[in-house]
Design a binder for this molecule. Structure first.
Ligand code: ADP
Ligand SMILES: N[C@@H](CCOP(=O)(O)O)C(=O)O
Length: 356
């Protein structure tokens, strides 16, 4: 028997104006505890894989234990099938321990995709796949690079999709259902799925000041990311797009979140968004008021507030008074009859494989 653990952090995408670009890996970790029996080339389990699960959504059965439909094992099968391995090559038990809340804007699906790609690499013995190539595979599944970039590489990252050649654009736009036919077990026509083009994604790491912590206020309802992307406009007014230039100035040129000690006014300015939060207000009652009313001038210790990813979690960056800040947001959600829990989080390292 051989065993190892894959550990992947959750993430908060956008941090205000960095829509689909900026991601921050944070300290809640998805773990895959994997056992492989290399003496058995086949088993009674479909696709040679048994999945067990504990954690978020366990009671509701939201996460499938069928290896052909579970997101993590489907992603692993995608990587394997791109390398002519139709199923898990040896009998594999994947025990998923998932404390990342599902559908709350903390990158649970991004973590699942990154962990799944890493699982495919490890069980398939695909040691030639470096992190940059694994990023390509992640981007075939989750087409916005911010969460998967943060979860794979760790820390505070800027990510982007490189301009592609026309033939690669055609390949990368292959619908997800063709990359990952569901259920994966039903697909086995022997055909290879479309492989990712090389070097689709790129990332850079930004500095992060050690004083800055992240307060995540997590409402007790889900907003599926796909739904929260549908409410966004296709075309934006020019003045709103100029806001992105301000963000670039604050994030990149002066690295607002990397300066120590942090400058609350600069960070608050850097976190102003015009591209997604106002449109998502329709899905998240109270969001507009929370984002507009909370600022460093009215709350000691606060640096800025934003929607975490596609929501509904609110992320407050702060240096002190964490509980007081969380309680203010919780009180506003309570007016909408929404209960919340909150967590104090820190930037996290990227995905690790730990041999056990
Ligand atoms: N650990 C996991 N194992 C399997 N599926 C997962 C896991 N984490 C997330 N998912 C899938 O991703 C969905 C949530 O994705 P999404 O709507 O993008 O929200 P989030 O903001 O949490 O990423 C879940 O409903 C589930 O289908
Ligand atoms: N940039 C994406 C990020 C989605 O993050 P998630 O954690 O909600 O999946 C978006 O804003 O749609």
């Amino acid at each position: 028997m051989e065993s190892f653990t894959i550990r992947t952090p959750c993430s908060s995408a956008n941090i205000g104006p960095g829509f689909d670009v900026i991601g921050l890996a944070l300290s809640i970790y998805l773990e895959l505890r994997v056992t492989v029996d290399r003496t058995k080339a086949s088993s009674e389990h479909p696709l040679n894989c048994r999945v067990t699960y504990e954690g978020e959504g366990e009671e509701t059965g939201e996460v499938s234990l069928d290896p052909s439909s579970n997101l993590i094992t489907r992603v692993a099968l995608y990587v394997l099938r791109c390398h002519d391995q139709r199923a898990f090559p040896v009998e594999t038990h994947v025990h998923i321990v998932n404390p990342i809340p599902l559908g709350r804007g903390l990158g649970s699906s991004g973590a699942a995709v990154v962990a799944g790609v890493m699982l495919g690499k490890e069980v398939g013995g695909l040691h030639h796949l470096d992190d940059s190539r694994l990023f390509d595979f992640c981007l075939m599944i989750e087409r916005h690079p911010d969460n998967v970039g943060a979860a794979l590489f760790g820390g505070f990252v800027g990510t982007y999709l490189k301009p592609l050649a026309p033939e690669d654009v055609a390949r990368v736009e292959i619908p997800l259902s063709e990359v990952l036919p569901a259920p994966a077990g039903g697909l086995d026509t022997g055909e290879r799925p479309p492989e990712p083009p090389h070097g689709i994604g790129h990332h850079i790491k930004f500095p992060w000041a050690k004083e800055i912590k992240a307060v995540a206020i997590i409402p007790n309802f889900e907003v599926p990311t796909a739904k929260a992307r549908e409410v966004l406009p296709k075309v934006y007014p020019r003045q709103d797009v100029v806001n992105v230039q301000h963000a670039a100035y604050c994030f990149a040129s002066r690295s607002a979140l990397g300066q120590s000690p942090p400058d609350p006014e600069l960070i608050n300015l850097a976190m102003q968004d015009k591209l997604h939060q106002q449109y998502r207000q329709t899905l998240i009652p109270g969001l507009e008021e929370i984002v507009q009313s909370m600022s460093p001038s009215t709350q000691e210790g606060l640096l800025g507030v934003c929607l975490s990813g596609a929501g509904p979690t609110i992320l407050a960056l702060a240096t002190s008074n964490f509980e007081e800040i969380a309680e203010k947001v919780i009180a506003r959600f309570r007016k909408e009859n929404i209960d919340c829990k909150w967590k104090l989080l820190e930037p996290a390292e990227g995905t690790k494989v730990i041999k056990t």
